[in-house]
Design a protein around this ligand. Structure first.
Ligand SMILES: Nc1ncnc2c1ncn2[C@@H]1O[C@H](COP(=O)(O)OP(=O)(O)OP(=O)(O)O)[C@@H](O)[C@H]1O
Ligand SMILES: O=C(O)c1ccc[n+]([C@@H]2O[C@H](COP(=O)([O-])O)[C@@H](O)[C@H]2O)c1
Length: 205
C-alpha cells in the first residue's frame, strides 16, 4: 500500500488518573498538525514507573477517559493496556495496535517529561520501528535539542502546544484538599470523581 493511502493514527498513552485538559489539548494539537485520522487514548494497566504510589483502578481511569473523549468523533479509547496482564510497556501497546491497524502508521504522543524518559522504557530501540514519536511541550519540563540526544531524529518530532500547567497529581491533590477541579478536567470527569469518591480523603463526607 502506498504511504499516501495509509491511515494515520495517533496513540496517546497515559495513566489518566485523572485525564485532564492538558492531555486533550496535546492530542487535539497533534491530530491537527499531522492530519491524523484518529487518536486512540490508551489508559495504562499497571504503570511500572509509578509503582511507588497508589494508582486508581484501571476501570475508573478507562471510564473517565471515555467520558472525556466522547464528544470528539476523532477520539477513541482502547482497552489493550488495561486488559494485558503485568506491567504496561509501550512496546506491547504499539505491537497490539499495529496488529489491529495494519493499514495505518502510528504516531505515539507524549509530553516533554515522558519524552525525556524514553531511554528508560523497555526495548526503547524497537519503539521507533513501530511508531513515529511526537513530543509536546509541557510547562515545567524542558523539551529541546538535548531531549533528542540518543533518539532517531527521523522518527521524532517536537511540537509546541498551548501551555497548560495542569497535572493529574495537582488534580488529585486539589480534590483531596476540597479544592475545585472544574475547568482543569472535563465536566463529566469532575462528576465521575465526585460520584465515585476518587481522591477524596477517607474521613471526608
Ligand atoms: N499539561 C500537559 N501538557 C502536555 N502534555 C501532558 C500534560 N499533562 C500530561 N501530559 C502528557 O500526557 C501523557 C500522560 O500523562 P499522565 O497520565 O502521566 O499525566 P500527568 O499529569 O503527567 O500525571 P501525574 O501528575 O499523575 O504524573 C504523558 O506523555 C505526559 O507527558
Ligand atoms: O514502555 C515503558 O517501559 C514505559 C515506561 C513509562 C511510561 N510508558 C508509557 O508512557 C505513557 C505515559 O506514562 P505515564 O506513566 O506518564 O502515565 C504511557 O503510555 C505509559 O505506558 C512506557
Amino acid at each position: 500500500m502506498a504511504a499516501s493511502e495509509r491511515r494515520r493514527i495517533g496513540v496517546m498513552g497515559g495513566t489518566f488518573d485523572p485525564i485532564h485538559h492538558g492531555h486533550l489539548v496535546a492530542a487535539s494539537e497533534v491530530q491537527s498538525w499531522f492530519d491524523l485520522d484518529e487518536v486512540i487514548f490508551v489508559p495504562t494497566g499497571q504503570p511500572w514507573q509509578k509503582a511507588d504510589r497508589a494508582v486508581s483502578p484501571p476501570e475508573d481511569r478507562y471510564l473517565m477517559t471515555v467520558i472525556a473523549t466522547a464528544a470528539n468523533p476523532r477520539f477513541q479509547v482502547s482497552r489493550v493496556d488495561i486488559e494485558r496482564r503485568g506491567p504496561t510497556y509501550t512496546i506491547d501497546t504499539l505491537r497490539d495496535l499495529s496488529r489491529q491497524h495494519r493499514d495505518a502508521d502510528l504516531y505515539f504522543i507524549t509530553g516533554a517529561d515522558a519524552m525525556a524518559a524514553i531511554l528508560t522504557w523497555r526495548d526503547h530501540d524497537e519503539l521507533f520501528e513501530l511508531a513515529h514519536f511526537v513530543g509536546c511541550t509541557r510547562p515545567g519540563h524542558e523539551l529541546d535539542e538535548k531531549t533528542l540526544e540518543g533518539l532517531p531524529a527521523d522518527r521524532v518530532t517536537l511540537v509546541e502546544i498551548p501551555a497548560l500547567a495542569i497535572s493529574s497529581t495537582d488534580c488529585r491533590q486539589r480534590v483531596q484538599k476540597g479544592e475545585p477541579v472544574w475547568y482543569l478536567v472535563p465536566d463529566g470527569v469532575v462528576q465521575y470523581i465526585g460520584k465515585h469518591r476518587l481522591y477524596h480523603r477517607e474521613d471526608s463526607p
